[in-house]
Design a protein around this ligand. Sequence first.
Ligand code: FAD
Ligand code: SIN
Length: 534
Amino acid sequence: MEIKTDFLILGSGIAGLTYALKVCKHGSVAIVTKKEKVESSTNYAQGGIASVLGLDDSFDLHIEDTLTVGEGLSHPEVVESVVTDGPARISELVAWGVNFSKSRSAQEDVYDLGREGGHSRRRIIHAQDLTGREVESILVEQVESQQNIMIYEDFFAINLITESQVKGKRRDGDICYGAYVLDRNTREIHTFISKVTLLATGGAGKVYFFTSNPDISTGDGVAMAYRAGAPIANMEFIQFHPTCLYHPEAKNFLISEALRGEGGVLRLTDGTPFMESYHPLKSLAPRDVVARAIDGELKKSGAEHVLLDMTDKSTAFLKKRFPNIYDKCFSLGIDMATTPIPVVPAAHYSCGGVVTDLYGETAVQRLYACGEVACTGLHGANRLASNSLLEALVFAHRSALQSIEALKERGFAFPAIKPWDPGKAVDSDESIVVAHNWDEIRRLMWHYVGIVRSEKRLARAQRRIRLLQKEITQYYWDSIVTGDLIELRNIALVSELIVRCALKRKESRGLHYTLDHREKDDNHFKKDTIIKKR
Ligand code: FAD
Ligand code: SIN
């Protein structure tokens, strides 16, 4: 089937849905999403959205905190513009119907602002500990009320369509004409032809064995953009969240940093608090510091987890402020009011991604990127907590304005595109290859390209991944594509990009820590790591 649309949006998290709501008055919109529409990292966000809303806060302070955590690589003009745009974007969410928690002081119109690592003020607006679910459900509701927007669930974007492919000749400054998309139910591959395309496919946590991310986070957007020739930056900066629930029955369950913002203390399994010796902010130090400290303590003691102690808070407080986390822990036999929670670090957020300008435009014409898939220059070497939902909102807004303008000014016609050519591919009779390779990549990324790295481990990872990539590529072309196969090919490529970026950065900065170069080297590496398909 061929589907023509003015705006094609890949992904239905906060970035894709916000953009859709803004462009839908200016043309037809198709949202393609690879599972159910709400299934996204957005839906699981707990802590909230950072923005300057408190009376004791200022744009300057939020800018300063973001720049400090970014360790010299955040782009100041981007930081300033995102921070100052924040309150307007939050008001918009409220106008659409998002119900943020109000202050406990019973002043009806005052929002309860949480605190998280690296923030010098309370500035995290939240809906209890279910911020993402509240935001996602309201955005979906709004999108579904618009006639101009079609949502295609269980539709899996395989590859972007570019002018180079159409003409059979690679060119610089390529143009994006849409995407080939697999319908997971019928297994048909559709051709979506668009005037403007937005990549809003989220992050890549599934590249690692332990992650807070849902299954959709397989780096598909970065992989597609890289294959289409767009520059990719800073993939070495993978943020590990220090506190994911450690329990055999809990898959990917985050224990929000907001708990430490309310006084939670990290302890070793014997009860000793340990963050004092790592950072003056103790348990509320920036995430990279906390994750590395936990990693080091676990390696030293051989323990499988550390503890997050909330036992000095009352049951009533915990149930009101963190109902989701309280219930989850309780269902697993942990009453957090009386028992410290077992936690471990896990891959959480990709600071790097597809390079964009201040308007979300990539180097490929008519292709925009926003949300976690993008590298806008906001986060630099480390992301300040709760700045990602903010970034997605601000950039979705800007990208939308820019796309509408471009469409108005230049019109753009729909080109003729050939349907997907399956070649001689046959049904795969060895799904075990996919399962095995998937597992191998995620384990080796965890062991060799994790919180603490070394050149030797990175080189070993690179050799292994390249071998696996050869095998996967062969398998990909010989087999009829499935969702699992597309994801495997993408996590292999994204892993390779992470390792390649990490090998280029011969210093330790922010989220990239290597035993071979333990210091920051401003003379040579105070710059983004940018890579492009050769
Ligand atoms: P997502 O919300 O991940 O959406 C991506 C969408 O793309 C999904 O709909 C997915 O199905 C779709 N997709 C992916 N690949 C394809 C494909 N090939 N074809 C079709 N569709 C595709 N950040 C904060 O600022 N504050 C927080 O409190 C916070 N808490 C978090 C808690 C958890 C557990 C996690 C995992 C993350 C948290 N983050 C938080 C980070 C933040 O949630 C994400 O960075 C943000 O939601 C990303 O939004 P997005 O729209 O870019 O992507
Ligand atoms: C959390 O609630 O700890 C997650 C916040 C974030 O990732 O920004």
